[in-house]
Design a protein around this ligand. Structure first.
Ligand code: ATP
Length: 577
């Protein structure tokens, strides 16, 4: 049961147990509300028999006090068991999802965008909070207490009970049968919501380009269409849901009519006393109210399926796993007949073989789209190769835990990611245990001090979301400082100096040559002069190794590399006329 709940509602084990407790607490609470009805029944019986006898007063006063006490106690238990547990579980669920995302292969993020994932962690979790704090315990509570009350009614007077209860299975069946329609409506509503969230995010991210190209109005029109689609779908969804819930509620109300009619007939026949008739009317009025809420709750629970399916997509996605103990001997990176595709059927790398030796700089060059970045991503196991093997110091990286493997890599990406924090802390990402002195030393090596000294708060300057307060070259220098701080044995440089001016580039190239001594260096570069000093050049074209060798050997071959060098030296002579 607990296991089923865990899977069905994307819960932790503790969350599933708390849900059962919450449901039981709701049953107790609903039952406690029936005690005053019993008391009232006795009171009416006494009044019909000529008044309340003196000795009964204490019974009624005591009974009232017990009823209030029971209601307070069960309400407290219900609150504690549902709300407290729900919000604790919600926190656990969000952390579990975030942890899972950390370990999921990057290929997953190609299918899911940021808005979608953020919505799963925030909005879907919030919707489930509501389900677990209200819908499920209330539904379970009202169903169980209704079953108990129904048994009592059947024992007391089965004909009246049948007149009261026949509507229950039919009402619930109507809402239950709506599940397929609801799922379809919810999925469509979710799709348009995601498209709208994507549109808004894209608009905010690209506002600069929209302005520059004067297409704001055109873009906003498209966005408005998406917002209208959400509005339209939400109304349709509510309407679809209401149609089933309102029909079921109306049917439920028919029960009062059948109780009144059956009771009247039985009363006239003389086969029912007035008191029992009165009791049934009292119970029925009490019985249907929570059930009407229960019908709405059932519909809401059915609609959580879409949110839970989105969460389970993350929770069930296979992880990149492997040995956490590294068994490498040295740090040579060997690609042996590696093949790879981001999407099935679209080959990006084919039969790629080369060795990047420790203590040497291996440069990946070639036309745009040739596969350079892909090769560097595979070397760090951001993705897993489809064919062939990649080894680091002799160990097959597909069998190594990605986090353990990445401890061997310092990476400087083309597009730097910075956090809305101080410059000092942004550099410390390279090694969270580094002292301030070590961070400053790495920063100086990457020439970060040159611009930090001009900032009002120096090293403590907060750089805004993704470093929006810094220039491209400054951002890249912070990224290089991180690599200096991490000081890992393998270095991946993806266009590391592309955003730097000539003066800074020269300074950083000198610093980089200090950093890379004795390390395995894989460098991606478009500017041929930055790789002229490399020990080995691998030319990638259309996903295959077109040439490899030292720069001198490749120049002699007079192939693709020599052609690229020639083109670039010619382009340096170009000027605008
Ligand atoms: N995340 C991705 N999903 C799908 N296809 C991708 C992805 N990243 C790259 N590709 C495709 O893989 C091919 C190789 O891209 P890659 O970025 O490795 O080339 P590159 O040589 O580094 O290019 P550039 O020099 O322009 O940076 C290209 O056709 C590209 O469109």
């Amino acid at each position: 049961m607990i296991k089923w709940l865990e899977k069905r509602y994307a819960l932790s084990q503790q969350g599933a147990k708390d849900l059962v407790k919450g449901c039981l607490a709701c049953v107790l609470q609903n039952l406690s509300f029936m005690f005053p009805v019993g008391l009232l029944y006795r009171l009416v019986a006494d009044l019909m028999n000529g008044g309340i006898p003196d000795e009964r007063w204490s019974f009624y006063i005591g009974g009232c006090a017990v009823c209030v006490g029971l209601i307070l106690l069960t309400t407290y238990l219900q609150y504690n068991a549902t709300y407290f547990a729900t919000y604790t579980e919600s926190g656990v669920r969000r952390i579990t999802l975030a942890e899972r995302l950390r370990k999921i292969p990057l290929s997953f993020f190609g299918k899911k965008d940021l808005a979608d994932l953020t919505s799963t962690i925030m909005a879907d979790c919030t919707f489930l909070e509501q389900s677990f704090s209200h819908f499920i315990p209330e539904l379970a509570g009202s169903i169980l207490s209704t079953i108990l009350i129904s048994i009592g009614l059947l024992v007391m007077e089965w004909r009246m009970a049948a007149a009261a209860l026949w509507v229950l299975p039919l009402s619930f069946a109507i809402v239950g049968f709506s599940s397929k329609v609801q799922e379809r409506l919810n999925q469509k509503a979710m799709d348009v919501k995601m498209a709208c969230a994507d549109g808004i995010q894209e608009c905010i991210e690209s506002v600069r380009d929209l302005k520059a190209n004067n297409v704001e109005q055109m873009y906003l029109k498209g966005l408005e269409k998406k917002i209208r689609a959400v509005e339209h779908r939400s109304i349709l969804n509510e309407f679809g849901l209401a149609a089933f819930v309102v029909s079921a509620s109306l049917l439920l109300k028919l029960g009062i009519v059948t109780v009144a009619l059956t009771g009247s007939v039985l009363l006239i026949n003389g086969s029912l006393d007035v008191l029992t008739f009165f009791l049934f009317l009292l119970v029925v009025s009490r019985l249907y109210d929570p059930l009407q809420g229960a019908l709405q709750n059932l519909a809401a629970i059915i609609s959580t399926r879409t949110n839970i399916a989105r969460m389970n997509e993350i929770l069930d996605h296979p992880l990149q796993q492997g040995d956490v103990t590294l068994s490498n001997d040295g740090y040579d990176i060997v690609f042996d007949r590696v093949g790879f595709a981001y999407h099935a059927g679209e080959t990006v790398l084919k039969d790629v073989s080369f060795t990047a030796k420790q203590g040497e700089v291996t440069a990946l060059v070639g036309p745009s789209g040739g596969g350079k970045t892909t090769v560097s991503r595979l070397a760090a196991r951001f993705w897993d190769a489809g064919q062939g093997t990649i080894t680091v110091g002799g160990m097959d990286i597909s069998k190594i835990d990605p986090e353990a493997l990445l401890s061997l890599f310092s990476i400087v990406f083309q597009d730097v990611t910075l956090f809305d924090n101080t410059i000092l802390e942004n550099i410390r990402i390279g090694n969270k245990d580094a002292s301030d002195e070590q961070v400053l030393e790495a920063a100086k090596l990457a020439n970060v001090d040159e611009f930090v000294e001009k900032l009002p708060d120096g090293w403590q300057t907060t750089i805004g979301e993704n470093g929006c307060a810094l220039s491209g070259g400054e951002r890249q220098r912070i990224s290089i400082a991180r690599a200096f701080l991490k000081d890992a044995p393998i270095i991946l440089l993806d266009e590391a100096t592309a955003s730097l001016d000539v003066e800074n580039e020269t300074l950083i190239q000198t610093a980089l040559s200090r950093l890379i001594a004795d390390k395995t260096v894989l460098v991606i570069a478009h500017r041929m002069r930055t790789v002229a000093g490399a020990d080995q050049i691998v030319v990638l074209s259309e996903g295959t190794v077109a040439e490899k060798g030292t720069p001198e050997q490749l120049m002699k071959q007079n192939g693709l590399y020599a052609h690229m060098v020639k083109l670039q030296s010619e382009s340096q002579q170009w000027k605008l006329t």
